[in-house]
Design a protein around this ligand. Structure first.
Ligand SMILES: [Zn+2]
Length: 254
């Protein structure tokens, strides 16, 4: 016993720095812990709804109050339109949301985002790959070899079939407007009002075939619409203003 105590006394100066963290480091750890706790209170569930062609997970974050109207918000369907995912991520990392059962998919096309390309890793435009009025398109709107050929398309179809939202908002760039040519026109106007964007008719860039919103609007009771920001919305708008405005538009609070 004596020998053990002597050994501990000898080792104490060596062990002490391992047991006591320097104040700065301890502070950082406390901050990280606080952040993850805040997020844990906000995010009810993180669900991997599928994987991209290159195996990247597609994550949906569940926020809000189950039992309230279900709203799904999707960003980065086109990998070179990444600004609006900041809106979704700041909600994920913010305080708890009330009044709505909310699902957020900030990076729907993770391969496209990784390579800063519109299309997925097969070169397919996911927003022309859905199995409603699908047509073989090439070039900018490459629709893939057949309807729902892409894993990203299949993942979103299965997810929407599971959660059956009342509303789907699909964020894009750079057309700067809310598509009024949709099933829920009153909601389109409401969203335009709160997000401070004009209502417009996009008409799918002249290629209204196999879009996600068309597929959803045809097969579900709920309504889906496209919301487009401009080419370069400010960081402040994406992280501070738009998250608040989006919540108001969908009757949610924080
Ligand atoms: Zn787009």
């Amino acid at each position: 016993m004596k020998r053990l105590l002597a050994l501990l006394a000898l080792l104490a100066p060596l062990l002490a720095p391992l047991l006591v963290l320097p104040p700065a480091q301890a502070q950082v750890r406390a901050q990280v812990r606080a952040q993850s706790q805040a997020q844990a209170g906000t995010v009810l569930e993180t669900r991997v709804i599928g994987h991209s062609v290159q195996g990247r997970p597609i994550r949906a974050y569940h926020l809000g109050e189950p039992g309230k109207p279900v709203v799904v918000v999707i960003a980065t369907m086109h990998g070179d339109e990444t600004a609006s995912r900041r809106i979704l991520l700041s909600l994920v990392h913010g305080t708890p949301v009330r009044g709505v059962d909310l699902w957020l998919v900030p990076t729907y096309n993770p391969d496209g985002a990784a390579h800063h390309r519109r299309v997925n890793a097969h070169g397919v435009d996911l927003n022309r790959n859905y199995p409603y009025k699908w047509q073989r398109l090439t070039g900018h709107y490459n629709s893939g070899p057949r309807p729902a050929s892409e894993p990203e398309t299949k993942a979103m179809m299965a997810f929407l079939q599971q959660v059956r939202p009342l509303r789907v908002v699909s964020f894009h760039q750079p057309l700067h407007g809310i598509d009024i040519d949709t099933k829920q026109r009153a909601f389109a106007r409401r969203l335009a009002h709160f997000l401070q964007l004009p209502v417009k008719r996009f008409e799918c860039g002249g290629a209204c075939h196999g879009t996600m919103t068309m597929w959803f609007n045809h097969g579900f009771a709920g309504g889906a619409l496209t919301a487009e920001y401009g080419a370069h919305p400010s960081r402040r708008e994406m992280t501070k203003q738009a998250p608040r405005r989006l919540l108001r538009a969908i009757h949610a609070t924080r």
